[in-house]
Ligand binder design. Structure first.
Ligand SMILES: Nc1ncnc2c1ncn2[C@@H]1O[C@H](COP(=O)(O)OP(=O)(O)OP(=O)(O)O)[C@@H](O)[C@H]1O
Ligand SMILES: [Mg+2]
Length: 452
């Protein structure tokens, strides 16, 4: 799939501000302006009730280019109202909203239509497909209203249908598709339109859990590929945590907390947020990178078997990771193998190197780490894209992360796995074989100062 149809976003750079919301308030009812005025003067939502329903109160936040910004909250907290202010589907009672620097509040209906057509596609909970148009025509709809010629839009829409896994369905009618497939059409339509912002209101809420997770993964994949800016509404914290770069939590029209998933999980601003957080399946939210600890039992291969043995003795563990130049993880060694090697006068760690049992990337969900942790007593190794060892997840850390306990309960870190060879034997062996090539204190110092 080419990226040509996101041309409108080409000038927007990641980190720049896509949408800016400044003290926005929306009141439904008979006298919205009066209610807004009183809210501004400090009146509560209840106090302005006689003038109208304050659905959004004094919301201020920026959505950056390329981020997934999630709005979360209970039913009636104002999420849909807020997202509709962003593209002018609802008029703002007070405050300002700008999209790529252009003020939305006060725009004419025609200007707003242009903004929606060219800059912000919207995906709703209930698909909103045209029942008498084919899947292809539905997917091409955004391009049609942009005036893209029929052949080109057919081709582009077809590409997107394929991308969302709907090859072969182009000529069907929406009614012939399952709910999950219909929502894929909705996604294809939104992506085909090539707008730089996507607004999604409970877009996946009607789907059953497995399909929902698939759609979340597809969305993240497409978003990363295209660098789109997405505002995503959900009342499901697990979904919010999975998708959101940042999450705004709404309650009774107000944003009560705005932060990263990690902020919200570990430091909820109030009881309302804490209640949400209780229900979170942490294993599906936290990643290896969130819970990993600095690796301690690590030696550079160049340090040699004696240094490895000494390190394992000092750390009271039976295994340690071995790195090459540039801290690349190349494997693990065991205490008993190193002991044998040292006794035999070996000087090359690589002679007894074993493959690392479990290696993950920092963005791997910890739910996926449990299986690995069961298979091997060694901590799970976390490596970056260059295979550098950047952290470890010991089993205790994994368990602690599920309960939000501090990972270290004692001053002395527990290093797994426990020794196979008693320290005294290692010491005796080191002394017996010591001689001139004796323990590379300097080498150990580097290992300690570096990755240890
Ligand atoms: N068109 C309207 N006229 C009057 N009141 C409205 C209108 N739309 C929303 N409201 C009120 O505004 C408040 C916020 O509603 P909104 O639909 O934004 O909530 P929500 O967070 O999207 O809820 P849900 O999770 O149920 O979709 C509610 O009290 C609702 O009754
Ligand atoms: Mg809603």
């Amino acid at each position: 799939m080419s990226h040509q149809n996101v041309g409108q976003g080409a000038d927007a750079k990641p980190g720049e501000i896509a949408i800016s919301v400044d003290h926005a308030t929306k009141v439904f009812g008979r006298r919205p302006k009066e209610a807004a005025k009183r809210l501004r003067a400090g009146a509560s939502r209840e106090e302005v009730k006689p003038f109208g329903t304050a659905a959004v109160i004094d919301a201020s936040f920026d959505v950056r280019v390329g981020e997934i910004f999630v709005v979360m909250g209970l039913s009636g907290s104002g999420k849909s109202t807020l997202i509709r202010l962003l593209n002018g589907l609802g008029d703002t009672t007070d405050g300002s909203i700008s999209v790529f620097g252009h003020e939305i509040v006060g725009m004419s209906a025609a200007e707003l239509r242009k903004v929606r057509r060219e800059q912000m596609a919207m995906v709703f909970q209930h698909f909103a497909l045209f029942p008498h148009r084919t899947v292809l025509e539905n997917a091409a709809y955004g391009l049609e209203i942009q005036g893209v010629p029929v052949e080109e839009r057919g081709e582009r829409a077809r590409g997107w249908l394929s991308r969302v896994g709907l090859d072969g369905w182009a000529d069907s009618l929406p009614g012939e598709l399952s709910g999950g497939m219909q929502q894929r059409v909705g996604l294809a339509r939104a992506f085909a339109a090539g707008t730089r912002i996507l607004l999604m209101d409970e877009a996946f809420s009607a789907l059953d859990p497995l399909i929902r997770r698939e759609m979340q993964e597809l969305l993240v994949e497409l978003q990363q590929e295209l660098g789109m800016t997405i505002v995503f509404i959900t009342h499901d914290l697990n979904e919010a945590m999975f998708l959101g770069d940042r999450i705004a939590v709404m309650r009774d029209g107000r944003i009560v907390q705005l932060g990263t998933p990690n902020d919200i999980l570990t430091d909820p601003a109030n009881d309302y947020v804490a209640q949400f957080v209780q229900d979170v399946d942490r294993a599906r939210v936290l990643t290896a990178g969130d819970v990993m600890e600095p690796p301690r039992a690590v030696v550079p291969a160049s340090a040699g078997p004696r240094a490895a043995l000494k390190a394992m003795r000092d750390l009271q563990t039976s295994a340690c990771f071995v790195t090459s130049a540039g801290r690349k993880l190349i494997g693990v060694v065991r205490d008993k193998d190193m002991l044998r090697l040292v006794r035999d006068g070996g000087t090359n760690i690589s002679d007894a190197l074993k493959p690392t049992p479990s290696i993950v990337s920092p963005d791997q969900l910890i739910a996926e780490l449990f299986e690995l942790a069961v298979e091997s007593p060694l901590p799970v190794a976390v490596v970056d894209e260059q295979d550098r060892l950047i952290g470890v997840v010991p089993r205790v850390t994994l368990l602690a992360s599920l309960t939000n306990l501090p990972t270290m309960t004692t001053e002395i870190p527990i290093i797994e796995p426990t020794p196979d060879v008693p320290g005294a034997i290692i010491t005796a062996t080191l002394e017996a074989t010591g001689g001139t090539g004796s323990p590379a204190v300097g080498d150990l110092a580097t290992t300690e100062g570096g990755a240890l």
